[in-house]
Design a protein around this ligand. Structure first.
Ligand code: HEC
Length: 133
């Protein structure tokens, strides 16, 4: 009887140890999943002009990194990428005025589309890309 109890206890301990091991692995997986995809650094802090230097990124590049989250599916009324009719409405007031709204933000559209590393030219490129101009 005593032996049986010890056996049951040992088995239970094993099962529990495995459960802990599993949660450790899961926790690690979760940490990997929620880890930031990249780090943004500007200027001397990251050893140079990393993000700011060089040619302006293309509209497609900027769109894919900074605009697609909202303009891909049209969140909160954002004109969708490639929806030329929606973009024609927006651009009826002129590219300059539209760009200005994108730079300073309008309603649910955050200033610069939240792209801290984008130049004005890169925002313009992204607008041209999304509107097919
Ligand atoms: C957090 C969501 C979000 C992100 C990210 C975002 N936008 Fe928008 N954007 C919106 C919404 C919502 C609107 C519609 C605003 C309105 O008119 O009510 C909008 C509208 C616009 C307009 C039209 C402005 C006008 O004058 O009608 C432009 C241009 C634009 N976005 C450019 C961009 C660019 C370029 C990026 C990426 C660099 C970007 N947006 C990223 C949500 C977003």
């Amino acid at each position: 009887m005593k032996q049986l109890k010890a056996l049951i206890l040992a088995a239970a301990t094993l099962v529990m140890a495995q459960a802990y091991a599993a949660t450790d692995v899961q926790a690690e997986k979760i940490r990997e999943r929620i880890a930031p995809a990249g780090e943004v650094c500007v200027g001397a802090e990251c050893g140079g002009l990393a993000v700011v230097a060089g040619e302006p990124r293309t509209g497609e590049e900027v769109y894919n990194t900074a605009c697609t989250a909202c303009h891909g599916v049209g969140i909160l009324g954002a004109p969708k990428n490639g929806d030329t009719a929606a973009w024609d409405d927006r651009l009826a007031k002129g590219m300059d005025a539209t760009l200005k709204n994108a730079l300073s933000g309008i309603n649910a559209m955050p200033p610069m589309g939240n792209c801290a590393t984008c130049s004005d030219d890169e925002i313009l490129n992204a607008i041209k890309y999304m509107s097919g101009r």
